[in-house]
Design a protein around this ligand. Structure first.
Ligand SMILES: Cc1cc2nc3c(=O)[nH]c(=O)nc-3n(C[C@H](O)[C@H](O)[C@H](O)COP(=O)(O)O)c2cc1C
Length: 362
């Protein structure tokens, strides 16, 4: 397995742990993944929730402090690790969180849920930070790359291609286009790779995300043209994941048919455990909840009270209320069988398999 190069950094294994919002991937998970030789990612979405900085009324002030605190935790675990952040463009405090991440020492910034058109301008004073847009189509990649090159003379340090048919959380595709069988994930990976080569003459790493669970999946992604993989759901059922034990248990308990799509108040479909969908929606109606954070730029709950408050639903799940909390997950989450450690996952993906192959070859 070759080391993975991204911007100024070399990572031992071509594995990025996917950012998982509202404190599912905080400093603990990100730090341990980085210590094992992957890229550890702290998710910015709702980072203030359940943090010591949030009093219940100061969400926007608490967010950057909470982000820096999680980065400190991660670096305490992996002082020399490659640690980055995932920041959704759809967040109201997207720009503040980009700056807080730089101040906290993030080496990689990954942005999806919208096109991060101005990211090079926001990070111009920190050129060593690797910039990675998340896309699901060649067209989205082209729009971003053209804008970055023309506007800022900067190309992405990698492009992350997320498969809407398998990934967890918010998805970059319309509800009606998901699961139709039309989407060609690795075709998109290769098309973006070719576009960068043909238009810009450079070999920009392309990272595949969505539905990657075991070593066979990793090897398949690399054989299909990806330079690295991003895995999120696989890291939930670990001791080091920042979620409550009952959130992890929900992964162990869920069946394939429990995983489906919900329409998020952010206007994007999301993949989650859907068994308790009615309880999620009813919670806010029953409690007369109103928007108190303004966490998203666009949100039907904020604007009209329609659907449910997503940051609170995700926060409840993170704290262990799996009855009324929203549990995001990818299509493979049902494969989780026991709580393991991050190191065990790395051993299975890279070390043990490599040792076995070496033995067979000898
Ligand atoms: C619990 C959970 C939360 C997520 N939160 C975010 C997020 O805040 N931002 C984001 O860009 N992607 C988010 N994702 C998507 C992952 O980063 C990742 O790309 C995707 O889940 C990959 O598919 P996999 O889970 O099958 O590995 C989330 C996924 C899960 C399972």
């Amino acid at each position: 397995m070759q080391p993975f190069h991204i911007g100024d950094y070399t990572v031992r294994y071509p594995l990025i742990q996917g950012g998982m919002g509202v404190r599912i991937s905080g400093g603990s998970l990100a730090g341990h993944v980085a210590r094992c030789g992957g890229i550890g990612i702290v998710a910015a979405a709702g980072i203030a929730m359940n943090s010591s900085h949030y009093t219940g009324t100061n969400y926007m002030q608490a967010e950057p402090e909470a982000m820096k605190e999680e980065l400190r935790k991660a670096y305490a675990i992996a002082p020399d690790g490659i640690i980055g952040v995932n920041i959704m463009v759809a967040l109201s405090d997207y720009e503040t969180l980009v700056e807080a991440s730089i101040e906290g020492g993030a080496k990689v910034i990954i942005c999806g849920a919208g096109l991060p058109m101005s990211l090079p301008a926001l990070t111009a004073h920190a050129p060593h930070v690797a910039l990675v847009p998340i896309v699901s189509s060649l067209r989205a990649a082209q729009l971003i790359v053209k804008k970055w090159q023309k506007g800022y003379n900067r190309l992405p340090d990698a492009v992350l291609v997320e498969d809407p048919d398998t990934a967890g959380g918010h998805l970059g595709e319309k509800m009606e286009n998901i699961g139709t069988g039309d989407y060609d994930h690795y075709g998109t990976v290769r098309a973006i790779k070719d576009f960068m080569r043909n238009e810009y003459g450079c070999d920009v790493p392309v990272i595949a995300a969505g539905g990657i669970w075991d070593r066979a999946d990793v090897m398949h992604a690399l054989a299909q043209g990806a330079d690295a993989v991003q895995m999120a759901s696989r890291f939930v059922a670990t001791e080091e994941c920042d979620a409550a034990e009952s959130f992890k248990q929900a992964y162990l308990d869920c069946r394939q048919e429990d995983i489906g799509l919900v329409m998020s108040p952010a206007g994007l479909p999301g993949r989650a455990i859907v068994r308790n969908h009615t309880a999620i929606v009813n919670f806010d109606q029953a409690n007369g909840t109103v928007c108190s954070t303004g966490c998203l730029k666009k949100c039907t709950f904020k604007e009209t009270g329609e659907r449910f408050c997503i940051v609170r639903a995700l926060d409840r799940a993170q704290r262990g209320d799996v009855e009324t909390g929203l549990i995001f997950c990818g299509t493979n989450a049902y494969k989780a069988e026991r709580i393991t450690t991050v190191q065990e996952i790395f051993n299975e993906l890279f070390a043990e398999a490599a040792a076995e192959e070496a033995e067979e070859a000898a």
